[in-house]
Design a protein around this ligand. Sequence first.
Ligand SMILES: Nc1ncnc2c1ncn2[C@@H]1O[C@H](COP(=O)(O)OP(=O)(O)O)[C@@H](O)[C@H]1O
Ligand SMILES: O=P(O)(O)OC[C@H]1O[C@](O)(COP(=O)(O)O)[C@@H](O)[C@@H]1O
Ligand SMILES: [Mg+2]
Length: 535
Amino acid sequence: MAAAVKTSGGFCNTQQQWLHSTRDLFLHGSTHSNAKECKSKKAKKPISLRVKATSTKVELDFNDPSWKQNFQEDWDNRFNLPRITDIYDLKPRPTTFSLKKQRTPTGDEDSTPMDMWNGYVNNDDRALMKVIKYSSPTSAGAECIDPDCSWVEQWVHRAGPRKDIYYEPNEVKAAIVTCGGLCPGLNDVIRQVVFTLETYGVKNIVGIPFGFRGFFEKGLKEMPLSRNLVENINLAGGSFLGVSRGGAKTSEIVDSIQARRIDMLFVLGGNGTHAGANAIHDECRKRKLKVSVVAVPKTIDNDIPLMDKTFGFDTAVEEAQRAINSAYIEARSAYHGIGLVKLMGRSSGFIAMHASLSSGQVDVCLIPEVSFALDGEYGVLQHLEQLIKNKGFCVVCVAEAAGQVSELIVELLQNSGATDASGNTILSDIGVHMQQKIKTHFKGIGVHADIKYIDPTYMVRACRANASDAILCTVLGQNAVHGAFAGFSGITSCICNTHYVYLPVTQVITAPKRVNHKGRMWHRCLTSTGQPDFR
Ligand SMILES: Nc1ncnc2c1ncn2[C@@H]1O[C@H](COP(=O)(O)OP(=O)(O)O)[C@@H](O)[C@H]1O
Ligand SMILES: O=P(O)(O)OC[C@H]1O[C@](O)(COP(=O)(O)O)[C@@H](O)[C@@H]1O
Ligand SMILES: [Mg+2]
């Protein structure tokens, strides 16, 4: 199904600006508008936009007094969590996940257990996705739905244990699979999923080896998992189960799920994996299988929309900072030293931006969301020349996709069009390209420059989760199990606006999240680096 948006209100944004904003609303659940850019009052043609992953069709006419109600109804429909009871008439049973096991502070056996600490989560408990009321579209970072930037509530469902469950724990077979590239924290999530399943009373827990491939590739056997086995896996990076790209044949995967009699599938992965999880959920529904498919969003790229962050991102930024620090030390210690660091991010510059911000040692940060020229009067090379002249050294941090992926920017580097096993575009090496360009430039102007290029790519994602990611993984892993027992399927366990929630997978696979080049964070980064516009 699709969402169509019609705008006919009396707003002054240029059509293009508003079009972009309206698309953002449905791709990312938010809009970005800036009335300063308003140049014309003419362009008010209705805009009809179709976006695949939405579940309802809504037309918004801002002149209609009930537009807000229509918006909210559509929002609620889209964020309603799919459940196995949508296709089955099932009776719940009281949960086996007890909240009464804490001892009293005195250890006194006769006193009341402290179960008043935390009750179960009610299915109608919700958290607000957005909490700022912008008074005008010109407010810094304003995200508006209508021209007046009205307050509209955008609720999502709280995650956590429910009082009633839809599975008999001792009959459940649960499987865990980790897909895509590595990411710090995969083992922490596997471990917590196993612990929590056992707490419910599940005895049959297996790991599917090497991603979706493990479902059908001959010779790959499922691995029985238990608390004892996974107790210490969080002490190392990587995935205890192994990962892989490609090989997603939904019908074969579901055949395998059926043959193995799996009731719950926990899928850890990024945007590709979520698309896969959604396809598996749909196929299970089509076949009327009582299977809960619950995803947990992993990726160092932090490119999954709607959530505060994905697990592994914080750790990746921390590791990336170390590479930047080394580049800084090398550059600072060399005569006319230029430190160049390339950081991952398939289609977005979050790691590069955050590592630049957190290190405080970067003079130039380049990300795919912002166009730049290397050559010319306002180009990066000219700026590096000035930095060498004025301060004697400099540090450049470039995201791997910079100059390559955004439809908004001038193409800097051509890629071959080749794709990896999952269908992701294989990027050209912007780091090596820049290293060559810098060398040639300084040679051309007869100025000595000592370039130290660092590519910490796999070191950034192969490490063990840091403290904040370890906590995030713990909560997301536990909530994934609570979601499955509560009978949800086709959901992802994540954090939105600091609250732990479940989102329908359909809502997070629309498009990769990108750095908002007009947003406050990017401007903070520019303030920190002191770099100009390179155009
Ligand atoms: N659109 C899709 N539909 C179904 N499965 C997909 C889709 N995109 C990717 N996958 C599968 O998901 C897995 C992981 O995808 P990939 O893009 O490599 O990593 P990530 O999930 O980290 O983004 C792969 O096995 C891939 O085949
Ligand atoms: O070399 P690989 O394993 O294909 O991975 C490269 C890609 O993996 C990432 O680290 C993470 O991507 P995913 O989250 O899609 O796995 C990207 O930053 C990078 O482009
Ligand atoms: Mg991905």
